[in-house]
Design a binder for this molecule. Structure first.
Ligand SMILES: O=P(O)(O)OC[C@H]1O[C@H](OP(=O)(O)OP(=O)(O)O)[C@H](O)[C@@H]1O
Ligand SMILES: Nc1ncnc2[nH]cnc12
Length: 252
């Protein structure tokens, strides 16, 4: 029986259960250094609207089939939402309590030995992880917003992302001068958004040397942009942007 996206359980425990009943053609396969779980044709995770599920955990020490299947079930992809963009929807993950907790805990673990004065995140998806981590570490949260949404005196910078041009704004009075600030966003694609956001924070007197993203698409160059500006990146997932590779994994 084919497994359409609508039938894929959103609850990760149920996903594990489903997987334990399914035979993978190649349960664990190493592609570009990452462990990947493949489903056989019967169990492919996609539906007739062109949506499919794919993703893998960056931590190669997580190598049990169950962990990988959980990682893979977190995000949905939609290739028709924005033209020419393989749009990765994090809200399939955030709307699932277990999945959301799993991701947040991974970040909490990553930064547990550090202290930060503030988190900063970009409107709108960057607010989610930033707010969770701010609460966890007792740090403040600083919003970088799109044009015209922040009251008070703002500084502004143009930014270009994989599919949009924006004007980003920051209220400098929100930034702790010389404070240690972790920049957060859901996704690092071209890095244009993160680059402009971090420039704004630095212009306001904050120190940003680290940035955290749920997902990165390495092919689009964001990680290099971050490194070039002296920012160390931590991402939980990396996404393959090559449709033919994805098709091959999932027999789509
Ligand atoms: O690395 P880049 O190519 O710059 O792309 C990444 C940015 O694009 C998305 O935001 P979007 O502008 O879609 O806004 P949203 O958070 O309001 O959905 C995402 O949340 C990042 O902020
Ligand atoms: N491919 C993508 N999916 C989701 N959000 C994005 N922001 C920039 N590129 C994106």
């Amino acid at each position: 029986m084919a497994t359409s996206l609508a039938q894929v359980p959103s609850n990760t425990q149920e996903a594990d259960q489903l997987h334990s009943n399914t035979t993978a053609t190649s349960p664990e396969q190493n592609i570009k250094g990452y462990q990947v779980v493949q489903r056989e044709t019967d169990g492919k995770w996609s539906d007739s609207n062109g949506m499919s599920l794919v993703g893998w955990h960056k931590d190669t020490s997580i190598n049990t089939e169950q962990s990988l299947m959980r990682a893979m079930s977190l995000f949905t992809f939609n290739s028709t939402f924005k033209s020419n963009v393989r749009f990765c929807d994090i809200f399939s993950m955030t709307s699932d309590g277990a999945a959301f907790q799993y991701c947040c805990d991974e970040f909490i673990e990553e930064y547990k030995d550090q202290t930060f004065d503030q988190m900063a995140g970009t409107d709108a998806r960057g607010f989610i992880l930033g707010a969770v981590l701010a609460h966890q570490y007792g740090a403040g949260f600083v919003p970088i917003r799109k044009l015209g949404k922040l009251p008070g005196e703002v500084i502004r910078l143009d930014s270009t992302s994989e599919y949009a041009k924006n004007k980003l704004e920051l209220n400098p009075s929100h930034v702790k001068k010389d404070g240690k600030i972790l920049f957060t966003d859901d996704l690092l694609a071209t890095g244009g958004t993160a680059q402009s956001s971090i420039k704004l924070i630095r212009q306001a007197g904050g120190q940003v040397e680290q940035a955290a993203f749920l997902i990165s698409i390495p092919k689009l160059g964001g990680e290099k942009k971050m490194t070039d500006m002296g920012v160390k990146v931590y991402t939980l997932f990396e996404m393959e942007d090559n449709q033919s590779v994805i098709n091959e994994w999932f027999n789509i």
